[in-house]
Design a protein around this ligand. Structure first.
Ligand SMILES: [Zn+2]
Length: 160
């Protein structure tokens, strides 16, 4: 899966990054002390924010990405054109496996996913590494994060 993402406008990219940082402020992460913020850009231009919400019964914890998706979908928004995720770590951190699958339910495989270092905008010496963009942001897609995935269309296939 190497299909390049469709291109986000500079403005949309900035809104997503800002939204992810704002979302992180809502994190409830007293156990991991690993706050995460996620921002989804819907096709209608709205930004939906989500943070990780932990629970004393650890299995009840929900990640930032799924918080954002569940908020949006439960309010009737089901079409998205971008996702950004940020943590407090000075590196691009990827969504966990469960989140990748949940994102897969509602987002195209070539949807851009921005993984933002917590120290964004990072000062980058020399050339950016492949797959990284301005400010040290890793620019990937859902399809790159979740190759050979199973999705809703597979349930529509004929069965014997
Ligand atoms: Zn997750």
């Amino acid at each position: 899966m190497s299909a390049r993402a469709w291109i986000l406008s500079v403005e949309d990219r900035e809104r997503l990054i800002k939204g992810a940082f704002e979302a992180k402020e809502g994190s409830y992460s007293p156990y991991s002390k690993f706050p995460v913020g996620a921002a989804l850009l819907a096709s209608d231009g709205t930004i939906i924010k989500g943070a990780n919400i932990e629970n004393a019964s650890y299995g009840g914890t929900i990640c930032a990405e799924r918080t954002a998706i569940v908020k949006a979908v439960s309010e009737g928004t089901r079409s998205f054109i971008g996702l950004a995720v940020v943590t407090n770590v000075a590196a691009a951190i990827s969504p966990c496996g469960i989140c990748r699958q949940v994102i897969r339910e509602f987002c195209a495989l070539d949807m851009p996913v921005l993984l933002i270092p917590g120290d964004y905008p990072k000062k980058v010496e020399g050339e950016q590494k492949p797959g990284f963009g301005e400010g040290g942001v890793r620019e990937t897609t859902l399809g790159e994060l979740l190759p050979d995935s199973f999705g809703p269309e597979h349930l529509e296939l004929p069965r014997k």
